[in-house]
Ligand binder design. Structure first.
Ligand code: ZN
Length: 200
């Protein structure tokens, strides 16, 4: 799991980022730091583990097919970036934002995307099992042909987002708002959509 050392800035309780003694807000040159970390990630080929790169802005990052374990990107933003075919285990993307990104063919388990926003993002053909998508906001996104088994979308807001031919068994869609959403060919009867049906 990512280290839990706090930022060296006096009075700051945020976690320090990997490769620094400071959090994103207290980096001397955040753009240069982000560019250096992005270049390191893109140059490698092996698994990416125990990394905390929270609060950074990534543009054009391609990490297709890579494997991540115990990493944290809380509050980070990704634009025109790809995690297609990547494997994520126990990773934290809470309050992150994804704009025009390819997350298709993703294999994500025990990950947290709570409070994140997704615009023009594809999750097609993904294994999204045991993940937390509570409070997410999606616009022009697709989850088509994906397995959402036991993932949670409590208080999510979906706009122009499709869930065609998905496995929704034990997927929780409670108190959601939906605008132009298609559930065609998905087993909606096996999803939990009624708060009175929630079992622990
Ligand atoms: Zn700090």
């Amino acid at each position: 799991m990512f280290p839990f050392a706090t930022c060296a800035e006096p009075g700051c309780s945020a976690l320090a980022l990997s490769g620094s003694e400071r959090c994103a807000a207290h980096l001397a040159d955040r753009a240069a730091f982000t560019a250096a970390r992005a270049a390191e990630l893109a140059a490698g080929a092996g698994p990416i583990e125990d990394l905390d790169l929270s609060g950074l802005e990534f543009v054009g990052l391609s990490l297709e097919g890579r494997s991540f374990r115990g990493c944290r990107f809380a509050g980070s933003s990704f634009r025109n970036s790809s995690f297609a075919g990547a494997v994520l285990r126990l990773c934290f993307f809470d309050f992150a934002s994804f704009d025009s990104c390819d997350l298709s063919g993703l294999d994500a388990q025990y990950c947290c995307f709570a409070g994140s926003t997704f615009h023009d993002v594809s999750f097609e053909n993904s294994e999204l099992v045991h993940n937390n998508f509570d409070g997410v906001s999606t616009q022009s996104c697709t989850f088509n042909y994906s397995n959402l088994y036991n993932s949670r979308f409590v208080r999510a807001r979906f706009a122009r987002t499709d869930f065609i031919d998905c496995n929704l068994k034990k997927a929780y869609f409670l108190l959601t708002s939906e605008e132009e959403v298609s559930w065609k060919y998905s087993n909606t009867q096996e999803a939990v959509r009624d708060p009175d049906r929630v079992v622990s």
